[in-house]
Design a protein around this ligand. Sequence first.
Ligand code: ZN
Ligand code: ZN
Length: 229
Amino acid sequence: MLLCDFHIHTTYSDGSVELRRTIDLFGQAGFDVIAITDHVVSGDNSIGKFANRFNLSVREDNFEEYMTNIRQEAARAWNKYGMLVIPGVEISKNHLSSDKSAHMLLIDIKSFVPASWNYERIFLEAKEQDALIVACHPHYMSDMSKDTLFLWNNREKYAKYIDAWEVANRDDVFNVISLKKYPYLANSDFHKARHLYSWKTLLNCEKDTAAVKQCIKHNKGVAITLFRN
Ligand code: ZN
Ligand code: ZN
């Protein structure tokens, strides 16, 4: 099965490892498929404005550079490691209240999507771009400072748009997702080199972007594993 991680940050947002070094870390560790998913934050509140000002997010004005850099690194990763690299973002709606906050991965994104758009508009735009929508860390986390509960709390309304939910993120497991039998993934939410060792997804499919997206959507031949040093 393919060893995969679909939730990875670099210095394009608040990760501490540069893109090229990140590719080498995952390539050398034997990964088959990864997605680079730096934060896109909404600039409509003070938390987002702060992140944008200090370059802790991908913005409309550097999105093309971000994509070009990922495409170049994807070509290098394929040649050097046989590793598929998919461009993505993590749309990050941050509010002081956990109940209002939500993060979602758009995997295989093609053009910039503002985090300030409303949920339906973001989801429809992602479908238009044929990008996968993944609800991130959707329940209480061991790091209690940044719970993002909006999508779980509003699951009856939004589950129809969501292709998969993170049943595990780094060290945390979200039992509610499996109880609800939602399609699932497990990812590292990589920000630092040590986060390489965390929950991962295994997929039973061909190593190409279309097959990977199909496999996640159908959620057959999907397993999770705890990747430890
Ligand atoms: Zn997040
Ligand atoms: Zn993240």
